[in-house]
Design a protein around this ligand. Structure first.
Ligand code: PHE
Length: 474
């Protein structure tokens, strides 16, 4: 059981697994569209600054807490606060959040699986039709897809850290990167592709409003899988030789590069496959973009490649997104798995069994909240709108609690565990750390402006999401 903690076999294995968690649907679809609509190159620059100046210190702190304690969020917070109940509760939030986010992420991954199945079997035209997505999300076949996705994720997690998570990342991440590059080369070789590149990259500083700044920071935070206990838990599986700041930097660079490269795929594809497109049609939500807009774009390709060719390109794209989603899903479910194994002393298989069952049932309910079952579809209402169970999980955990978890982590590390301890941990595997400007920057930022900024985001989200009040004008 937890007596001897499992470990990643190598630094590169750890980096790939962490990058696998970070690279997700947000990078492949959310980022390109956000960047293109909100200032192009100017957004890109701002996003990169946020990643390195604000998110990276948080990521490093999460990994350091994990490695120091060799525990998941609950155990780690309890150990370092010498058993404080309050900090234990903060740790529990760090386990509950990933569990709930896993439910909503699972619904989307199930849909992607369904889209692969339908494009491969020749139904791209149906998915591109106006009724396609609406009917699809209410199809009972989704439950078969749910069993398949839960099966794949459990299969990977059951094999453990080294033989499951690390091995899957070592196969899926290079495959994902290769597919992404192939897709970019293909898309950029088409006519009119440059219009998309221009739309993506030309800086427009006028579009940078306070709400865009807020959006960019939130996007960077989610994209790096922060506040979900994931990097803390993965950090507990690394050995003392690993240089944490350098590894974290590589994860951040990989994540940001994938987001950037994805922009060179999505936007030129939009412009080239269908030159008639009006950029304002691009939706802000990744969900409607992937599931309703992109199938139409892929179908437009049939004039040059034929229906089979267009379907093949679409299936290839959905498979790419599926790989990205699976490695994220694995990482997020590992947090509660690790909690049940470390704190509750269950075997890994038993923990997985419980979680697959509970998360599976919740996913079932969330999947049914798009019209199938009225109780889940009209689950509650706030801020003047009816909300489905899926909306509630998304709003509460993904949008709201994540920044709160980030805030708690910064305060915990700086004022409870203390900066001196953080420095000690980070200098293991990195002799030059102490006294470096990186150390000074991390210690200063984590104790001052980073928690202030994430707290403001949290307060603003609560006000706008749940009370329809815009406190700060963004
Ligand atoms: N980083 C992921 C993304 O960009 C977000 C995520 C990670 C979501 C892990 C769930 C689990 O899509």
């Amino acid at each position: 059981m937890s007596a001897s903690r499992e470990h990643f076999s190598s630094r590169i294995g750890f980096i790939l697994a962490a990058a696998g968690s970070a690279v997700g649907i947000g990078n492949l679809v959310g980022f390109p569209v956000n960047a293109a609509k909100n200032g192009g190159g100017a957004f890109l620059l701002m996003y990169a600054l946020f990643v390195f100046l604000i998110c990276l210190p948080v990521m490093i702190a999460e990994m350091a807490v994990g490695r120091n304690t060799a525990k998941e969020p609950v155990g780690a917070f309890k150990t370092l606060s010498k058993g404080s109940k309050l900090w234990g509760a903060a740790g529990f939030l760090g386990v509950l959040t990933p569990f709930m986010i896993a439910v909503f992420y699972m619904v989307i991954t199930v849909w992607i699986f369904g889209y692969i199945a339908l494009t491969v079997t020749g139904h791209l035209d149906y998915l591109a039709s106006d009724v396609g997505f609406g009917e699809f999300i209410n199809s009972p076949y989704l439950y078969i897809a749910l069993i398949a996705v839960a099966g794949i994720v459990s299969f990977i997690l059951a094999a453990g850290v080294k033989d499951g998570i690390e091995k899957a990342a070592k196969i899926l991440m290079p495959a994902l990167l290769t597919m992404l590059i192939l897709m970019v080369v293909f898309v950029l070789s088409l006519d009119n592709a440059m219009a998309g590149v221009t739309f993506f990259l030309v800086p427009d500083i006028n579009k940078i409003t306070p709400s865009v700044v807020n959006g960019a920071l939130s996007q960077a935070f989610f994209s790096l899988s922060l506040g979900m206990g994931i990097l803390l838990t993965y950090g507990s599986y690394i050995n003392k030789q690993t240089n944490i700041p350098n590894s974290a930097k590589l994860v951040a660079i990989t994540d940001t590069s994938v987001a950037f490269i994805a922009g060179l795929m999505i936007l030129p594809a939009v412009f080239s496959f269908n030159p008639e497109v009006n950029p304002s049609e691009l939706s802000d939500s990744s969900v409607s973009l992937i599931f309703t807009f992109l199938p139409k774009i892929f179908l437009a390709l049939q004039t040059s490649l034929g229906y089979v060719g267009a379907s093949a390109v679409a299936a290839f794209f959905f498979l790419l997104v599926f790989f990205a989603a699976i490695t994220s899903l694995v990482s997020i479910i590992e947090v509660p798995v690790s909690y049940l194994v470390t704190e509750k002393k269950h075997s890994r298989k038993k923990a997985l069994g419980y979680l697959t069952l509970t998360a599976g049932v919740l996913t079932l309910f969330a999947t049914a909240s798009f019209g199938m079952v009225p109780f889940f579809t009209e689950f509650t209402s706030y801020a003047g709108g009816t909300k489905s169970l899926f909306d509630v999980i998304y709003d509460v955990f993904y949008d709201t609690i994540l920044p709160l978890n980030g805030f708690l982590l910064c305060i915990f590390v700086s004022y409870r565990w203390k900066k001196k301890q953080l420095s000690e941990e980070l200098s293991i595997g990195n002799e030059n750390y102490k006294g470096s400007w990186v150390e000074k920057y991390i210690n200063f930022s984590l104790g001052t402006f980073i928690p202030v900024i994430v707290l403001l985001i949290f307060i603003n989200t609560v006000a706008t999401k749940f009370f329809a009040a815009n406190l700060f004008g963004f």
